[in-house]
Design a protein around this ligand. Structure first.
Ligand code: ZN
Length: 66
């Protein structure tokens, strides 16, 4: 592989990282809102919190946004 080819490959990878495709959002299982954030539980480990309905739990849905 030549240096030029490596340069081209690196540029391609950078462009790939810039694309927003394949992003996932967390969806609240109670109200369907996407305003879900990580919530640090004390003994239970990581949980999630919904800003819309204040649901807190380990179970959330994931949705692909394209
Ligand atoms: Zn909710």
């Amino acid at each position: 592989m030549t240096e030029d080819e490596i340069d081209a490959l690196e540029k391609e990878m950078v462009e790939e990282l810039k694309k927003p495709k394949g992003r996932r959002v967390l969806v609240c299982p109670v109200c369907g809102s996407t305003e879900v954030t990580y919530y640090m539980g004390l003994k239970t480990g990581y949980q999630y919190q919904c800003k819309s309905c204040n649901y807190v739990g380990a179970l959330v849905l994931e949705k692909d946004i394209i």
